[in-house]
Design a protein around this ligand. Structure first.
Ligand SMILES: Cc1cc2nc3c(=O)[nH]c(=O)nc-3n(C[C@H](O)[C@H](O)[C@H](O)COP(=O)(O)OP(=O)(O)OC[C@H]3O[C@@H](n4cnc5c(N)ncnc54)[C@H](O)[C@@H]3O)c2cc1C
Length: 210
């Protein structure tokens, strides 16, 4: 049986999972492929938890992305009735060299991210349980926290599939050449784009890869 797709997403880590989810939502026919499974133990997205925070020093692009990302995670968890984000707050600590902390504070202020700043004396009072050797200043993002990484990525893939995305386990060979891809090669076998997508287990190709 030949099935045609608009896009093939290779890799079901956090980026691939959300890419497939969004494309599916936009009405694209999407094939999502991973060699070992969503947020598998070899992937960067593996593991129980990841910090989601807004402070990236002066790198405000990441602050903006993180703001958007947390909104989407929260909407996603509310819609799917699971609580995989924990608003623990994220505390930054700086010693003598506190440039990054100051830059982060500037960026957070500019983008309306709530935060509190602490002197060493204030930190001592507020966090007596932490050994603050060498620490001079602190910054708390009270609305940031911890994402349960592996389960969250798996949930996005599940929802993407529920929304019509096709998910397959296969290892895709590194593409050769430049420009538009005519084919991707799976564990074994080759297929070209003319035929759409071959869905036998060991041979997957996306038509119109982007
Ligand atoms: C130890 C550690 C701690 C981190 N802590 C944080 C943190 O606290 N906060 C934060 O925001 N970020 C953190 N990061 C970064 C964050 O985890 C990564 O940026 C993110 O997980 C990257 O996701 P990804 O989808 O790009 O890659 P991955 O999760 O690695 O996904 C890539 C997927 O592609 C698949 N794949 C690769 N090649 C092929 C192929 N040829 N065919 C088929 N499938 C293939 C893999 O199996 C894998 O599942 C951390 C990273 C690490 C490693």
């Amino acid at each position: 049986m030949t099935t045609r797709f608009d896009v093939a997403v290779i890799g079901a880590g956090v980026f691939g999972a959300w890419t497939a989810w969004h494309l599916g939502r936009r009405g694209k026919r999407v094939l999502l492929v991973d060699a070992y499974g969503p947020a598998n133990a070899r992937a960067s997205s593996a593991g129980e938890s990841r910090i989601i925070r807004m402070g990236y020093g002066a790198d405000e692009l990441y602050t903006r992305w993180s703001q958007k990302s947390l909104v989407q995670w929260k909407e996603f968890f509310a819609a799917t009735r699971q609580n995989l984000f924990h608003e623990t707050g994220v505390l930054w600590l700086a010693g003598k060299e506190d440039t990054r902390l100051r830059e982060a504070a500037d960026t957070l202020r500019r983008y309306g991210v709530p935060f509190e700043e602490f002197t060493r004396a204030e930190l001592d009072k507020r966090y007596p349980q932490i050994e603050l050797d060498g620490i001079r200043r602190g910054l708390l993002e009270p609305k940031s926290g911890v994402l349960m990484a592996r389960r969250a990525v798996a949930a996005v893939v599940d929802e993407a599939v529920r929304g019509g995305v096709e998910y397959r386990v296969a290892q895709i060979a590194e593409p050769r050449g430049a420009g538009e891809l005519n084919a991707v090669i799976a564990s074994s076998g080759v297929a070209d784009r003319g035929g759409g997508v071959c869905l036998c287990l060991r041979c997957v190709v996306g038509k119109g890869l982007s």
